[in-house]
Design a protein around this ligand. Structure first.
Ligand SMILES: Cc1cc2nc3c(=O)[nH]c(=O)nc-3n(C[C@H](O)[C@H](O)[C@H](O)COP(=O)(O)O)c2cc1C
Length: 171
């Protein structure tokens, strides 16, 4: 799959098979996160890999919409040092999800609404917080790849040359 197709077809899937993720694939996913640039190369992200079923359940209980998390064989929490930018975590997260999808492994960024709960479950030291949690799994061969929500049309999204009414295709 070429990069553009990979980006265009990546959707956030919440239905997972329990097929294990090969160790080499997990390593590539983590490397993809590692290679994301960061502000001033501060490298504020750390990755906590969770495969233990009980821990995945505990982590899922820290989010309001995280019911799918325990069903994924591998869950990666992207952790930021206190002054790290969420943008840096976002870059690492998207790199990981795209690298995974290139191998047919799906994911869904999942928020930890109770930050203290997530810190406790992951055993984070002071000064670290969870930016986002990424469950990784193979998707079922049939069934929804995502909720399939539409994107804003490009013509309504892009302003060329400055913020003004974008030209419409039918004008
Ligand atoms: C910062 C962030 C937090 C998100 N948190 C959750 C979440 O807690 N639970 C969930 O099911 N999806 C979560 N999502 C996934 C979004 O719902 C998803 O990106 C959006 O619906 C588009 O999905 P699609 O690409 O499959 O259309 C989150 C996405 C982002 C970027």
């Amino acid at each position: 799959m070429d990069v553009y197709t990979c980006i265009r077809t990546k959707r956030d899937t919440r239905f997972y098979m329990d097929t294990p993720i090969p160790e080499e694939s997990l390593r590539r996913i983590l490397q993809a996160g590692r290679m994301a640039g960061s502000s001033k190369n501060s490298q504020p992200c750390r990755f906590v890999v969770i495969e233990d079923a009980a821990k995945k359940n505990e982590l899922a209980a820290c989010g309001h919409y995280a019911q799918h998390v325990p069903y994924a064989p591998v869950v990666v929490a992207i952790v930021l040092s206190g002054n790290g930018w969420d943008f840096d975590a976002g870059r690492a997260a998207q790199n990981m999800m795209i690298a995974a999808w290139a191998e047919g492994i799906t994911s869904c960024p999942t928020s930890m609404h109770d930050a203290d709960c997530a810190r406790r479950v992951l055993g984070l030291p002071d000064g670290y917080r969870v930016a986002i949690v990424l469950p990784f799994a193979y998707p079922p061969p049939s069934g929804p790849k995502s909720r399939g929500l539409a994107r804003i049309p490009l013509d309504d999204l892009v302003y060329r040359g400055g913020w003004s009414d974008p030209p419409r295709a039918d004008e």
